[in-house]
Design a binder for this molecule. Structure first.
Ligand code: BES
Ligand code: ZN
Length: 397
């Protein structure tokens, strides 16, 4: 071997080694199937978990492993996450022993799920307009991407901030704010309609989008369904409440989270700060992907990382106020969206979803996630806006 090639080899191996040596350690919980594929027993990269149960492994991995795992999740299991990065071991442990689920179940025992606001709800849901939802989807998906670290990711969230501020401009009891995160520029945008009590009802969805493996800050990621649709649905719920001059008993919070697509980062900080401030949260509704009708069912309630009693309540709301719609239950199989952040703080959360998981929009996380995949309309999302209104109005009273 000539010395040039030798130097090149030595040089690059040093480079590789030092990259690995410098990579910080991360604590993750990961689905057992994915763990076993990523760290196969008997292979040189086998790694033992700190803890395992039937579904989950809790492990310490290097940052480099994360990219490899999410690649593998895509390739082998045709999904994109399948693992959650935790701030520290203690937080990871609280997920595996399900303390949070117990807490959330206890909390929701104290919530009144009676349905008795027929007049208000029927009046308000008539006001929902498909065109408004469509327009917000088109606007958000016109940004090159809404990646949490990109320029357009910041700009798109600021656009939403202004748009929401405008919607509520004439109401001094409504505050629109930018929740700043520590590690990246994209803010979570929040609206608070101050109620007579400080107890909270939270409607959330993620405002970021993602696509591509290389240069995600440059890749085209319209994210029309994932998740401009959820943000547009929330916006219509807000518009109808405000235009109907609704004055809530409890405080209604809207949250357009930053940085969901990179591991639920934004919502984890928001839900964590609610917990830290000892906030009482009556219920959390997550709207992530509402505009692709892939199944016979119109609305699918994800049964994992969510609160069972609240899910049943939402089912009854659909039967009561949207009697033509079909609904049922499915599972994500992992902490697939921001509801999991609230659930792990012990708050009752639900995730009504556009289709059965296997029938959902296949074009997400690519440059093909445009409104044209949904026939250039927001008919499906409109149902979620009505359901969301019923949720707020009935939980509030
Ligand atoms: N909207 C998706 C979640 C989703 C996708 C639910 C398909 C059901 C069907 C969300 O934005 C997302 O992409 N989540 C990640 C996980 C997250 C922890 C990074 C995913 O599903 O891979
Ligand atoms: Zn996504």
């Amino acid at each position: 071997m000539n010395s040039f090639i030798l130097r090149l080899l030595v040089g690059s191996s040093i480079l590789i080694n030092s990259t690995f040596a410098l990579a910080p350690k991360k604590i993750i919980t990961i689905g057992r199937d994915l763990k076993e594929a990523a760290f196969p027993i008997g292979k040189s990269n086998y790694k033992q978990s700190l803890f395992e149960n039937d579904e989950l492994s809790l492990m310490e991995v290097s940052e480099n492993d994360l990219e490899r795992i999410s690649h593998l999740a895509h390739e082998k299991f045709n999904r994109c996450g399948g693992f959650v990065v935790h701030e520290d071991q203690e937080k990871a442990w609280s997920e595996v022993d399900n303390q949070s689920l117990r807490l959330s179940a206890q909390k929701s025992l104290m919530v009144d799920y009676a349905i008795n606001q027929q007049n208000t709800v029927n009046n308000m849901i008539q006001e929902v307009q498909e065109t408004n939802i469509r327009e917000v989807i088109l606007k958000l998906s016109s940004y090159k991407n809404r990646y949490y670290k990109s320029q357009t990711g910041t700009e798109s969230s600021l656009w939403l901030f202004d748009y929401w501020k405008n919607l509520v401009a004439h109401r001094s009891d409504i505050l629109v704010s930018r929740y700043k995160h520590s590690g990246w520029p994209q803010d979570t945008i929040m609206v608070e309609i101050q109620g007579k009590t400080d107890d909270k009802i939270v409607i959330g969805g993620h405002a970021d989008s993602i696509a591509g493996w290389w240069g995600r800050d440059r890749a085209r990621a319209p994210g029309a369904d994932d998740n401009a649709s959820g943000i547009a649905t929330m916006t219509e719920i807000l518009r109808v409440l405000v235009n109907g001059n609704y004055r809530p008993t409890n405080t209604i919070v809207f949250a357009a989270y930053a940085a969901e697509e990179v591991g639920l980062l934004g919502s984890r900080e928001v839900a964590g700060s609610f917990k830290e401030n000892n906030e009482n949260v009556l219920g959390v509704l997550q709207l992530d992907m509402t505009n692709f009708k892939g199944s016979d069912w119109d609305i699918v309630l994800m049964s994992d990382y969510t609160n069972e009693a609240q899910n049943k309540f939402i089912g009854s709301l659909i039967d009561t106020y949207l009697p033509g719609l079909a609904w049922g239950y499915d599972k994500c199989g992992y902490a697939c969206s921001d509801h999991a952040s609230w659930n792990s703080q012990g708050y009752p959360a639900s995730m009504p979803f556009e289709a059965k998981k296997g029938d959902s929009n296949r074009h997400i996380h690519s440059d093909r996630d445009t409104l044209s995949q949904s026939g250039d309309n927001a008919d499906h999302a409109q149902k979620f806006a009505k359901m969301g209104l019923a949720f707020v109005l009935e939980l509030d009273n």
